[in-house]
Design a protein around this ligand. Structure first.
Ligand code: BEZ
Length: 211
């Protein structure tokens, strides 16, 4: 059965471009982004992994560790990393899993046989420090993901983990948020001293509480 939000992310030991690692040890107390790509030496994946490397400071600032995966070998990853570094102007600074036996791909349901029987699709999981799955997205091979959107979701997940708020459409870090329905309107002033606007009884807007 496929993973769902709130499930515990399966732990695993894997061969990677940075040696063998155990997922939970690699993550420690950090948030995690685990993402699969269809294959090494493919153009869209080259740009995605380059962008991930370029965003290292953004991930580090958010206490996030990233980990990529394809079913290709470590030797293949090593050669391809040189190409990524050369063509994308980066140093790939995170491990790429070599999931040759597809155990991890299967545990995370990254192979969608009607899309491809022998390659992972573009799956991406955001995992919280308690190892629960907080976000799952799946893109086809032909569409590269938007890593600014991944950072935006991480900002939302980290904010909403700590405050009784949710983030509205197209929200970006620093913008107003909505108070969750579980908070009674009469309790808002004590919880959100920056103030609020009740557009409707169910739509209460407040400045981002941690800014
Ligand atoms: C790519 O990563 O560039 C790619 C992979 C499979 C199909 C199409 C594009």
């Amino acid at each position: 059965m496929s993973l769902r939000l709130g499930d515990t992310a399966p732990n695993f030991t894997a061969k990677t471009s940075q040696g063998e690692l155990t997922f939970y040890d690699y993550l420690g107390d950090s948030w995690g982004v685990l993402f699969s790509h269809p294959g090494d030496y493919t153009p869209v994946c080259t740009t995605e992994l380059g962008r991930t490397a370029a965003l290292k400071d953004e991930f580090t600032k958010r206490n996030v560790k990233v980990l990529a995966l394809s079913v290709d070998s470590v030797e293949s990853h090593d050669g391809w990393i040189k190409d990524i570094n050369e063509t994308q102007g980066v140093e790939v600074n995170f491990p790429i899993i070599a999931d040759a036996d597809r155990k991890i791909s299967e545990a995370y349901d990254m192979i969608h046989p009607n899309a491809s029987v022998n390659a992972t699709v573009r799956s991406l999981f955001i995992i919280a420090p308690d190892k629960t799955v907080k976000l799952i997205i799946t893109y086809p091979a032909s569409t590269g993901r938007n890593f600014q959107e991944i950072l935006r979701v991480i900002d939302s997940l980290q904010l909403t983990a700590n405050y009784s708020v949710a983030t509205p459409v197209d929200w970006k870090d620093g913008e107003d948020v909505v108070v969750v329905p579980a908070i009674k309107t009469e309790d808002i002033p004590a919880k959100f001293p920056k103030g609020y606007t009740a557009v409707k009884p169910y739509l209460r807007i407040t400045p981002q509480p941690n800014k």
